[in-house]
Design a binder for this molecule. Structure first.
Ligand code: GCO
Ligand code: MG
Length: 403
């Protein structure tokens, strides 16, 4: 058996913070798992180092399911983002090891390719609809088949997801949370004209997406969905906080615009009512925050029963290790929908050399055995952890508002 003899956590910040678990076996094979939880990185590092790694030593790395169950059922404190991210890192690293030992790219072990590549969407953003559409044209010229549109809201000083840095922007941008001001009324007025102009300029052969970042009430989301119907968006993402799944019933009653949710979910239990009641069309759970490849496959299998497709979160805080996991997963499941792809910086790509590549609007995981991602530990050591937070937002009267 490939006996686990060591495991350790590497924290590095090549432009942003990443937490990576490296598991090593007696025969020298090692696997990598992403353990990055944006803004709470060191909580997962401690969970792994202090509580999980000691339990791994001496185990058979091939027993992926048993180790998953041991960490999930055995913890007593089930679920939660910190626990599930830690379990995810172990799970990803073990799949990496198993596929390396099999001498296969992971997607082959997961059942083989169901498609030629994984369709991705990029982020076009700009201060004005004109700027956003110009960015979208750039993505289209690069071959993207799906593009997310986010524009500045007239009358608001800053808007989350809109940045000067364009393709490489980093949302976690300050060592204490920046406070942005939000107005739902101003926002709701700005999105339909953006989509109208975008269809006019970009035509109908490209999928257009939009992220609401949980900021609307269900009835407001219903109205926006209805207003956008003529422009046929691919999806509306995180329309309202999903803590209460019943909210989505109200949205569904009012619009046929497809709905996506789940980037903050950490287990199948968060997704279950939304999937079973067919209240959503795309489930955005990730390998890193929802218990690894093992648990993500379980969520996708449940979703497939109800015609819900996947649309995994793929912002810059999901490391290249997680991106690779999503590509092997996405290539191998029947109900893949789309994969988010926010490009990492050159510094990040150098710390995590990888086999995946982009062509014709799709990513392909490549043919290297395992996940196909490595970690240059010497280089990683040159980028020490630096605390960084996502911004928060308040209404114009100062009330704290939803993410
Ligand atoms: C998205 C997002 C991100 C997240 C960020 C949180 O890409 O869809 O909503 O911008 O807010 O990744 O960690
Ligand atoms: Mg989002």
């Amino acid at each position: 058996m490939p006996k686990i003899i060591a495991a350790r956590v590497v924290v590095t910040s090549p432009g942003r913070n990443f937490v990576t678990l490296k598991i090593e076996c007696e025969d020298g094979t090692y696997g990598l798992g992403d353990a990055t939880l944006n803004g709470r990185e060191l909580a997962v590092e401690s969970y792994l180092t202090d509580h999980v790694v000691p339990c791994l030593i001496g185990r058979d790395a091939h027993q992926i399911e048993d180790i998953w169950q041991f960490l999930y059922r055995g913890a007593y404190w089930r679920r939660g983002p910190v626990t599930m991210t830690a379990i995810a890192a172990v799970d990803m690293a073990l799949w990496d090891i198993k596929a390396k030992l099999a001498g296969m790219p992971l997607y082959q072990l997961l059942g083989g390719a169901c498609r030629t590549g994984v369709m991705v969407y990029g982020h076009a953003n700009g201060e004005t609809p004109e700027d956003t559409i110009a960015e979208a044209q750039r993505y289209k010229a690069l071959g993207y088949k799906a593009i997310r549109l986010q524009s500045g809201v007239p009358g608001l000083a800053s808007t989350y997801g809109v940045s000067k840095d364009k393709m490489f922007y980093e949302p976690a941008d300050a060592d204490l949370p920046t406070e942005n001001v939000w107005s739902t009324e101003k926002y709701l007025r700005s999105v339909p004209p953006l989509f109208a102009a975008a269809r006019e300029a970009l035509g109908w052969d490209v999928h257009l997406l939009h992220d609401i970042h949980h900021r609307l009430t269900p009835i407001e989301a219903g109205r926006l969905g209805k207003d956008l119907e003529p422009y046929r968006p691919f999806w509306l993402e995180d329309a309202t906080p999903a803590d209460n799944p019943a909210s989505f019933r109200l949205i569904r009653q009012h619009t046929t615009t497809p709905l996506a949710v789940g980037e903050v979910f950490n287990s199948i239990w968060d997704a279950k009512p939304l999937i079973e009641e067919q209240l959503i069309d795309y489930i955005r759970c990730t390998a890193v925050h929802a218990g690894g490849i093992t648990h993500l496959r379980r969520i996708a299998a449940l979703a497939d029963l109800y015609n819900v497709r996947t649309g995994c979160h793929g912002a810059t805080d999901l490391s290249p290790v997680c991106m690779a996991a999503h590509l092997h997963f996405g290539l191998s499941i029947p109900n893949f929908g789309v994969q988010e792809y926010m490009r990492h910086t050159e510094e990040t790509d150098a710390v995590f050399p990888h086999a995946y590549s982009f062509a014709d609007g799709m990513l392909h995981p490549g043919e290297a055995p395992g996940l196909g991602v490595d970690l240059d530990e010497g280089l990683a050591a040159k980028y020490p952890y630096a605390r960084a937070y996502l911004p928060v937002n308040r209404l114009e009267d100062g009330s704290m508002h939803n993410w």
